[in-house]
Write a protein that binds this ligand. Structure first.
Ligand SMILES: [Zn+2]
Length: 481
């Protein structure tokens, strides 16, 4: 193969990365890359295991003098996100990536690069291949379908592993060690709608232009939740006038902060319309004052229909009451560790137009008992207003540990090599570490990696010198364990 990346050390690391890029390996299409890793291990007479989910585990014995050190797991996922520019002809099922190397950066022509997490695959291959690197016994774990729900890591039989230490390499910022992640789930409150016919004047309300964001990473940014805000507006009107709710819908996904919401309300008495118009203008002004300083594109629009109509309305206020009382946003922070978010939830979807009607949340926490507390709180809410509940897609969190020898080892090596302190962070989103720490009690874990930019987009790129420095750091840590 003609390699494009030149001038970086060790050469093999960069060549293995290019080898990985040459094999299509989108999520759900991992057969070829998985078999390639099995072959790689067999050629080197290494212990290898491949399961039905196509996960691969390769074990390598300790170097001379490292036999008594605890076994170390190196881990990353072999699948990549497949995104391309609209005019790009690339076929992710069949084509290898077309790499472009310039100015110390590698990217792919019109597509994602899959450095997330191809760098981890290449790093593990390099260490498995190079017998001059000093290390304790190694278990290299290559998982599948991480990007579509941590599926490979979830189904892998962890009892085949002896590791006491885990180094996950799916972090995207050089110089940062991640030491905690949140667990998550989708919590749905469901109820079949009871409707009755009523005659009156219809009011349409629309909220739009809010920033939204990721329900984990952005939950501490005080972004306005369109569904919660609409619940407040509708409740405010319902307290002052004789009205019935016709419909309410906002948000698309449990794990995105809702940016938009629409509601339709029926006014029973014609003589209230004029006053209600004034009330809505007041609400509009108040909300603009509150929200525009942080969300300048926020708008609340409303319109009354002039003719009297007969429509189906909900029989009670329980849907709106549940939205108004629903907990939402940050629930706990850790003041001892940089105030990172420990537990939160996002009210992501509310819709009376589905049958059953639904209110859907994405609760997250790195501490499983706090996650349980959120679930119990939501159970009370559901019970109070007559909803059924349904939990799906549950995965465990990875709790911050006060004592972590692997964290100390990374901090020491980083300081020694680069003369600067390593930053230690927690992320409020899912990582595969949670599943391994849940299955292997007292596993000492850290997530690290070189700097990747714009992952999951066609602009994804890797800083080549960052990968070079990361390899130095990783091998230094391994040789000091
Ligand atoms: Zn990743």
């Amino acid at each position: 193969m003609d390699y494009k990346i030149k001038g970086y050390q060790p050469e093999n690391l960069f060549h293995f990365f290019e080898d990985v890029c040459a094999i299509p390996h989108g999520s759900g299409n991992e057969k070829a890359i998985s078999d390639f890793l099995v072959e790689f291990a067999k050629k080197r007479n290494l212990w290898v295991y491949q399961d039905n989910a196509l996960n691969v585990v390769i074990k390598k014995p300790a170097s001379n003098g490292y036999e008594s050190a605890p076994t170390v797991m190196l881990q990353g996922h072999m699948d990549m996100v497949c995104e391309k520019l609209a005019d790009c002809k690339h076929d992710f099922e069949k084509d290898g990536l077309d790499l472009i190397v310039e100015n110390g950066i590698v990217r792919a022509n019109g597509t994602t690069l899959g450095a997330d997490n191809g760098v981890a695959v290449a790093l593990m291959m390099t260490i498995l291949d190079d017998n001059s690197v000093k290390h304790p016994a190694l278990e290299c774990v290559f998982t599948t379908e991480e990007e579509i729900g941590l599926n490979g890591a979830n189904s892998l039989d962890k009892s085949i592993l002896d590791a006491k230490i885990m180094i996950n390499m799916d972090s995207e910022e050089e110089g940062v060690g991640t030491v905690s992640c949140s667990g998550g789930m989708r919590y749905a409150m469901l109820k079949s709608s009871q409707r009755e016919e009523n005659t009156g004047f219809v009011l349409d309300i629309a909220i739009d232009g809010l920033l939204g964001g990721h329900s984990g990473m952005d939950i501490d940014k005080e972004r306005v939740n369109a569904v919660k805000l609409m619940g407040r507006v509708v409740n405010n009107i319902a307290k002052q006038y004789n009205v019935k709710l016709i419909s309410f819908s906002g948000g698309n996904k449990d794990n995105a902060i809702p940016r938009e919401c629409n509601a339709k309300i029926l006014f029973i008495k014609e003589n209230e319309l004029k006053k209600a118009h004034e009330t809505l203008k007041t609400i509009q002004n108040e909300l603009n004052n509150e929200i525009h300083p942080t969300e300048p594109n926020f708008v609340l629009n409303f319109a009354f229909y002039n003719e009297k109509q007969t429509v189906k309305t909900l029989c009670d206020n329980n849907f709106i009451n549940a939205i108004c009382l629903a907990p939402n946003g940050v629930r706990h922070k850790n003041p001892k560790q940089g105030n990172f978010v420990v537990s939160s939830l996002n009210l992501g979807v509310a819709d009376t137009e589905r049958e059953p009607m639904c209110i859907v949340f994405a609760p997250r926490s790195s501490v499983n008992s706090l996650q349980e507390d959120t679930v119990q709180t939501l159970d009370i809410l559901a019970d109070t207003f007559g909803f059924n509940t349904n939990i799906t897609g549950r995965y465990p969190g990875w709790e911050f540990s006060e004592v972590s020898p692997i964290r100390d080892a990374f901090c020491r090596s980083y300081e020694k090599l680069f003369n600067a302190p390593m930053k230690i962070e927690a992320i409020h989103a899912g990582l595969e570490c949670g599943l391994f720490c849940d299955a292997i009690k007292s596993l000492d874990a850290i997530a690290v990696g070189p700097t990747l930019c714009d992952v999951h987009t066609p602009d994804e790129h890797l800083m080549l010198d960052s990968l070079e420095r990361f390899y130095k750091l990783l091998t230094d840590v391994l040789s000091n364990l």
